[in-house]
Design a protein around this ligand. Structure first.
Ligand code: SF4
Length: 325
C-alpha cells in the first residue's frame, strides 16, 4: 500500500445526503393521483479519504457509490451535508479528476488521441507553446505504457485496456492530486484489469495521488485500497482497514460480498450465491435495510435502524448483532 500521510485528509465528507426527485410529470401525477416520489441515493454518510491513500466505496448496484463519486467531482450537488477537499490546507484547493467505467464513451471518437490528451493542457494553459503541449502529451502517453506514436491514432484503434490508459493519461494531463475512479476496470477482461490496476498503483506511488475508488468487485478493491467503505442502499454499513475487513468482516452484508468473490486459484470452489435481490431504493425496507436478505435478522432489525458504531480497532459497523457482542 502507499505511504498514507496520517491525519491529513484529502477529502472530508460529513453527513452527505443526496435525494433525487423522480416524480412523474405534474400532469400525470394529477390525472393518476400519484404523489411525488423521492429517491434517497445517499443517506447521511460520513467518511474521510487520507492524503496519498486510497479509500474504496464498494457495494452492489444501487447502493449509492456512483452518486458519491458524482458528488465529489461536482457533477451533482449534495442535498445536504458537507464535502471539503484538503480541509485545513491553505493555498490552492486540491484538484480532482474522474476516470469513468467506459473509456470509449468518455473519449471523443473523432479526435486523435494526442488532441484528446492535449485538451486539458490547452484549457488550463499548463503549457505555453504547441511544441511544449505535444512534448507533454508524448510524456503522458509513455507514462501510461503507450508510445508517443499512439497519439496519431483514433480511440477506436485501441483495445479496451489501452483506451482506459488513454483516459488515465488525459486525467493526469491536468495534474490532479485526487482521482475519483468509478468502476475503471469493470468493462475489461480480468487479465487486462490487473494491468490497468497495477498501472494505477504505480502512478499513485510515483505521483503521490489520492484515490477515491468505486467498485462492486471486492477482489479489485482489495488490490487497490488502504480502507474500504461498504455501502448498502445509500448508507455505510461497514468501514475498515482493508486487511482487517477481509480477515474479519463484521457486517453480514460484507460477509456476503466476500463469499461471492470468484476464487481464481480455486475456480471450482462452491461460491455462495447472493441471497435475494437488492430492494428498490424508492422503497427501502424499514429498520436495517439489509434485514430481508440477512441470515441473522431478528424482529429488532426490521424495527430499528442500527447505529454506525466505532469498534476498538477503528472499524465502523452498523449492525445490531455486533452491538450485542
Ligand atoms: Fe442483519 Fe440485523 Fe445486523 Fe441488519 S442489523 S445486518 S438485519 S443482524
Amino acid at each position: 500500500m502507499s505511504d498514507v500521510v496520517e491525519n491529513a485528509p484529502a477529502l472530508s465528507a460529513r453527513h452527505l445526503v443526496k435525494t433525487f426527485d423522480v416524480s412523474a410529470p405534474w400532469l400525470n401525477r394529477v390525472v393518476e393521483r400519484k404523489p411525488r416520489q423521492f429517491l434517497q441515493a445517499v443517506n447521511d454518510i460520513t467518511f474521510t479519504v487520507p492524503l496519498g491513500g486510497c479509500l474504496s466505496l464498494v457495494g452492489e448496484s444501487g447502493c449509492g457509490k456512483s452518486t458519491v463519486a458524482r458528488l465529489v467531482t461536482g457533477l451533482h450537488r449534495p442535498t445536504s451535508g458537507q464535502l471539503r477537499f484538503a480541509p485545513g490546507r491553505s493555498g490552492t484547493p486540491l484538484s480532482a479528476q474522474m476516470i469513468f467505467q467506459d473509456p470509449y464513451a468518455s473519449l471523443n471518437p473523432r479526435w486523435r488521441v494526442k488532441n484528446i490528451v492535449a485538451e486539458p493542457l490547452r484549457e488550463l494553459k499548463l503549457r505555453d507553446t504547441p511544441r511544449e503541449i505535444f512534448e507533454r502529451v508524448d510524456e503522458l502517453l509513455r507514462t501510461v505504457g503507450l508510445s508517443a506514436s499512439d497519439g496519431d491514432k483514433f480511440p477506436h484503434e485501441f483495445s479496451g485496456g489501452q483506451r482506459q490508459r488513454i483516459s488515465i493519461a488525459r486525467a493526469l494531463a491536468s495534474e490532479p492530486e485526487f482521482l475519483v475512479c468509478d468502476e475503471p476496470t469493470s468493462a475489461l477482461d480480468v487479465s487486462v484489469q490487473a494491468q490497468v490496476l497495477n498501472l494505477m498503483r504505480r502512478l499513485q506511488d510515483e505521483l503521490g495521488l489520492t484515490y477515491l475508488f468505486i467498485s462492486h468487485d471486492m477482489s479489485v478493491v482489495r488490490h487497490m485500497s488502504d480502507r474500504i467503505v461498504v455501502m448498502y442502499l445509500g448508507r455505510i454499513v461497514e468501514e475498515g482497514d482493508t486487511e482487517e475487513l477481509f480477515a474479519q468482516p463484521r457486517h453480514p452484508y460484507t460477509q456476503l460480498l466476500l463469499k461471492t468473490i470468484p476464487n481464481i486459484e480455486q475456480p471450482n470452489r462452491d461460491r455462495v450465491v447472493a441471497r435475494g435481490e437488492v430492494p428498490s431504493p424508492l422503497k427501502p425496507p424499514s429498520g436495517c435495510a439489509f434485514h430481508p436478505r440477512c441470515p441473522h435478522a431478528t424482529p429488532r432489525c426490521s424495527a430499528e435502524l442500527p447505529e454506525l458504531r466505532v469498534l476498538d480497532n477503528g472499524t465502523r459497523v452498523a449492525c445490531h448483532l455486533v452491538d450485542a457482542t
